[in-house]
Design a protein around this ligand. Structure first.
Ligand code: C2E
Ligand code: CA
Ligand code: CA
Length: 591
């Protein structure tokens, strides 16, 4: 009985447990089914192909989008492999990727250009069972053609020249840097060739920009075609210049043959809008590593070679390498002159300012504007390096106009800041004052800026005074009547012509620094300075000593009655910010 009851009870417990598990199982199955159908709905809503494959890489399920891509029913795919449906050239890659995912159990992400113009970003992932082993591979592929198109467009905009479609300057610098490091590692020489279309600006002016643009486009194409057999980077470097970076130049012949190919490539006249245009080019070459190790240096030296090629009629086919330039001792003067003409427009000049101090009061008596040239090609140049060159042509007039306007505008802004204006001195050149419109230009500028004439001082070297004709004397007479001050600069260095002091409208003599240095120990300099002092008295001119560097020099000048001083002792020429500080400190009574 006990046994029977126990058995019955046991059976009931077993039944209840079974029933419990059955119900639970059922619930799980229902939940799973529900989840599965939700999952399928979700997969079908996604506008990208999704697929699952088994271990043998046979498809077990695909989503609606996948089926629609092939215009087939979903069931059609079950049991098929990529060999049955994928483009032949891609099949092996797909299988390799699937096997990698199966074995490594890693997620694999990649971009592919499946058909012409269509881009996909695909993700493949392992299907892993409870035992931790993969039983298949799943995948999804997003069509990223639109994204890729905008990416390409952006890349093109940033890296290619809008007109010719070849690399632009930015791209050239990035790619050339890569070329340089590769060539360095491989122990290979590289040639940087700047190709310049000869007389392009004339052609552009005479035939119009549309023709000019065509010449540029065709030249780019022809250089590209000419160099197809070379390992080369080609880009538009500037307006009418192209840069060719040629790899593997250990053999010197590679460079000369590439140069010949370029000449040959453009030899046949261009047919543009029914007209024939003969184009020729000059080239300047620099070589890595001989002529520079970095992009900037190599470009600069190729440019120098190009300039000399253009100027040297004997240059072989208008082409020159940097070493030839060095061999010729190519005159820097010619190179500077070439770069000077556009320097104002390129905003490469800056003014420095040196105060003139009244020793007795310690106050600023005036300021002299001194030009500097920050040349991308030659570095920072002092006026003695380029003013004499500029003075050989009308370039000096353009530069002087800029100096005058910039200095006066700066002075006005100091006045606004500090409420006080000091006379601003600018240096004039002979060619500048010889121009018939010299006076009217200054008068117009003063009016234009509403600048007080008595705060302008014009400095002229003594030699310039000697060449003054009647018109120049009249112009300066008028300027002085307006209140403008006139000084004779570097006095004593040339032949002192006392008549100049009598006839030329002057206010002040600047004693040249060569007489000041070591004045206390040089009786000769003392005599000259004494003579200048008495000349100044005779002609009722004020005096200033320039180039004062030491306290001893200063003491000597003080004893001689010279109070106005300019020189490193007080301040070197200062840039705008430092000069602003200097004025601020001078204005402060505690200074
Ligand atoms: P400068 O007119 O005689 O200018 C004075 C020169 O002496 C400046 O040289 C100045 O930096 C330098 N200097 C000033 N104090 C001392 C000193 O205590 N010791 C020494 N050793 N040198 C001192 P910088 O700036 O090189 O100018 C040289 C010349 O270039 C100027 O001589 C002037 O003739 C010319 N220059 C400068 N700026 C211009 C400009 O805007 N236009 C023209 N036409 N010529 C300019
Ligand atoms: Ca001066
Ligand atoms: Ca001087």
């Amino acid at each position: 009985m006990n046994v029977a009851v126990t058995c019955a009870l046991g059976l009931v417990v077993v039944l209840i447990v079974c029933a419990y598990f059955l119900v639970r199982q059922n619930r799980i199955i229902k939940t799973l089914r529900k989840q599965n159908s939700e999952f399928i709905t979700l997969c079908d809503l996604i506008q990208a192909p999704i697929w699952f494959k088994d271990k043998d890489l046979k498809l077990t399920w695909v989503n609606q989008f996948y089926a629609l891509m092939f215009d087939k029913d979903r069931s059609y795919f079950v049991g098929l492999t990529d060999r049955d449906i994928a483009p032949k050239k891609l099949v092996e890659g797909y299988i390799r990727d699937d096997l990698y995912v199966l074995e490594s159990q890693n997620v694999y992400r990649y971009r592919e250009n499946e058909k012409a113009g269509l881009w996909f970003e695909s993700v493949k992932f392992p299907l892993t069972g409870k035992d931790g082993n993969s039983y298949g591979v799943g995948g999804i592929a997003f069509n990223i053609t639109a994204i890729k198109k905008s990416e390409n467009m952006l890349h093109k905009l940033v890296h290619s020249d809008y007109l010719t479609g070849i690399a632009n300057r930015l791209c050239l610098s990035v790619e050339a840097a890569r070329y340089l490091s590769e060539s360095d590692a491989a122990g290979q020489r590289l040639a940087f060739i700047i190709v310049d279309i000869r007389n392009f600006s004339n052609a552009n002016k005479m035939n119009g920009h549309v023709v000019g643009d065509e010449i540029l486009k065709l030249t780019a194409e022809r250089i590209k075609t000419a160099l197809t057999d070379y390992s080369v980077l080609i880009g538009r470097f500037s307006g009418d210049q192209f840069l060719v970076v040629l790899k593997n130049c250990n053999d010197e012949d590679v460079i000369s043959s590439a140069v010949s190919k370029i000449h040959e490539g453009i030899a046949t006249p261009y047919q543009i809008f029914g007209g024939a245009f003969a184009v020729s080019v000059s080239m300047g070459i620099s070589i890595f590593p001989e002529h520079g190790l970095d992009y900037e240096t190599l470009i600069r030296n190729a440019d120098i070679a190009l300039l000399s090629a253009k100027r040297t009629p004997s240059a072989d086919k208008y082409t020159m390498t940097y070493s030839e330039v060095m061999g010729m001792g190519m005159n820097k003067r010619a190179l500077i002159e070439n770069k000077l003409s556009g320097a104002v427009a390129r905003n490469e000049f800056a003014l420095f300012y040196q105060p003139k101090i009244c020793e007795e009061t310690g106050r600023i008596r005036g300021i002299e504007a001194l030009i500097r040239w920050n040349s991308p090609d030659f570095g920072k140049l002092m006026p003695d390096d380029f003013i004499p060159i500029a003075e050989d042509s009308d370039i000096i007039v353009t530069i002087s106009d800029w100096v005058l306007r910039t200095a006066l505008e700066q002075n006005l802004s100091w006045q606004e800041k500090f409420g006080e204006m000091y006379p601003m001195a600018v240096n004039l050149s002979r060619r500048q004052i010889s121009k018939p419109d010299f006076l009217s230009k200054i008068v117009n500028l003063l009016e234009d800026l509403n600048y007080p004439p008595h705060c302008l001082e014009l400095e002229l070297r003594e030699s310039v005074l000697s060449h003054a004709d009647v018109r120049i004397l009249k112009d300066f007479g008028e300027l002085r009547e307006m209140g403008v001050k006139v000084s004779v600069d570097d006095f004593g260095t040339g032949l002192i012509n006392i008549t100049n002091l009598k006839t030329f409208p002057l206010d002040c003599i600047k004693i040249d620094k060569s007489f000041i240095s070591n004045i206390s120990k040089s009786p000769e300099n003392q005599q000259i300075v004494d003579a200048i002092i008495s000349l100044a008295k005779t002609f009722k001119l004020s005096l200033i000593a320039e180039g004062v560097e030491t306290g001893i020099e200063l003491d000597y000048l003080k004893q001689s009655g010279i109070e106005d001083i300019q020189g490193f002792y007080f301040a070197e020429p200062l840039n705008v910010d430092s000069m602003t500080d200097y004025i601020r400190r001078k204005n402060n009574p505690e200074f």
